[in-house]
Design a binder for this molecule. Sequence first.
Ligand code: FAD
Ligand code: NAD
Length: 405
Amino acid sequence: MKNPKIVVLGAGYGGLMTVKHLEKKLGSHQAEIILVNKNDYHYETTWLHEASAGTLGPDRVRYDISSVIDRNKVELIKAVALEVKTEENKVILDNGELDYDYLVIALGAEPETFGIKGLKEYALSITNVNAARKIREHIEYQFALYHSEAEKREERLTIVVGGAGFTGIEFLGELVNRIPKLCKEYDIDQKQVRIVCVEAAPMVLPGFDPELVQYATALLESKGVEFRIGTAIKEATPDGIIIGVGEDETEEIKASTVIWAAGVRGNSIIEASGFENMRGRVKVNLDLRAPGHDNVFIIGDCALIINEEANRPYPPTAQIAMQHGEVCAQNIANLVAGSTDLNTFVFDDKGSVCSLGESDAIGIVFGKKVKGKTASFMKKAVDNRALFMIGGPSLVFKKGKFKFF
Ligand code: FAD
Ligand code: NAD
């Protein structure tokens, strides 16, 4: 009898964890495992704010997928997945198609623009290695242009960050450390640089511990960030952004750089493939299968699971995506072994840490508040742990973060 074919789409946190656990649980005589990814490298999505601000080189945040998978057990296909045809158990790729017995969709997130005019055209988002390179280069180019203009335009050196969620704040933490170096390199008086963070909610990091938020806000303000809180971006234009002020007034902030970090939605392939979804995320069963599809697992940022205690979805994080990967691999191994007894996903929340540049951070870890250097140490330990779980000690040695103090 032919071995079952397991196709995993996406080599991010969820996809790679699934594959690593499948490698352990299934031999090549038991199943054919195929991993499909857009690139032949994995990137640490959780480090992309560093590559975008230019505090970490793009090569530091990525590694070859082949270096962490067992090529005797897993076939790697470099391709872009375009659509899943569930009735035919088939995936359409940009360079062909693949049939499957079991499918795992782990394709991550895309920026959520909420239909706001001009964002797709005029704003940049921290989404992958190429986007990060583009942001870094774009900012540097504005600094380079500043002196060559006959009339120096202030907005050349104005950077707007839309959204003060974790992504916006982590990016700002890196940016404020990079700006003094850029100013020195391009002979610019730092007073000419303006960094504005626009947040629609009434506070920075909505829902996070107020004392820690106060610490983060004060630190970023001391390094030059202006916060516009309770203010929504209404439109992006070639000249900057339009924000809402008061009842129905608007104000323009002229800026040559607009970074949109105001939320994510699931990969567009979810909608293209006809899965019932909310903002590109499928409300999966607790065994991580898509409702009505017994051989399709959806994990990571494409999956939506309700936190019953809080009565709202768990936020899409790498921590959850990795835990999904473990449960998903176990459930597939069970199905391959002929068992219908599947494990239920239960989130083991270890907390969250938000970096504020290389040596500062805030967080709640195992229920305890941490800030400053201790939190920054924890953040690096979390980053190294993710490397360890996928590539073992050699990957930590190659890519890990060891500058603790
Ligand atoms: P990803 O890890 O994003 O992987 C998706 C993979 O699919 C990628 O390899 C991509 O190239 C590939 N892919 C996408 N589309 C296609 C396609 N059509 N065809 C083929 N391949 C495709 N979470 C935390 O828990 N802690 C943090 O500290 C943290 N920091 C973050 C910092 C930033 C700047 C950002 C943006 C996010 C952060 N997150 C953090 C959230 C976290 O990164 C995501 O929740 C996590 O990456 C989701 O994992 P995933 O496996 O679903 O997707
Ligand atoms: P988010 O949804 O967490 O935050 C987006 C922010 O943008 C919100 O505060 C929202 O009020 C604001 N916003 C929305 N529309 C706006 C508008 N029109 N104008 C101004 N502000 C607007 O999104 P994120 O920060 O990209 O995070 C995505 C996911 O990744 C989350 O689950 C987050 O927890 C996770 N993440 C975690 C870490 C970490 O643990 N260190 C780091 C980055 C991201």
